[in-house]
Write a protein that binds this ligand. Structure first.
Ligand SMILES: [Zn+2]
Length: 127
């Protein structure tokens, strides 16, 4: 019997694909910039600027929240995210948050990755 693809599996696959795409963009030198960090009452909030890979000079902004349990959620202001798609910008913010890709910090220093993930499972934190 063929296995049904559940919504959860589809979401996980889209999530992993966004991390893979983000990782490739990072390898190509497209590093995200941390433009704000805020400690909220019950969460840490980071705001990332991620440059479009298709349109020169266009930047999108990813809001990344880490709650008390360590659960990371993201939102992006790009057109794909507004239609419900899992965009790679959010994946890149997640990877940068984990120091898994090069990033530019709030004062303009370029930081090299501390982690070198090699598989989609590692990228998505499942390994
Ligand atoms: Zn996006």
């Amino acid at each position: 019997m063929a296995e049904d693809t559940t919504a959860c599996e589809r979401r996980q696959r889209a999530h992993n694909a966004s991390l893979d795409r983000a990782y490739v963009q990072s390898q190509l030198g497209n590093a995200p910039t941390l433009i704000g960090t805020e400690v909220l009452r019950d969460a840490l909030r980071e705001t990332w600027r991620v440059m479009s890979r298709t349109t020169d000079g266009v930047a999108y902004h990813v809001d990344l929240l880490v709650d008390r349990r360590g659960v990371v959620t993201t939102n992006c202001d790009c057109p794909a995210a507004s239609t419900g798609k899992t965009c790679w910008h959010r994946g890149q913010a997640r990877l940068a948050h984990r120091d898994a890709v090069a990033l530019v910090n709030e004062v303009g220093y370029r930081i090299r990755p501390k982690l070198i993930p090699t598989t989609a499972a590692q990228l998505s934190g499942k390994a």
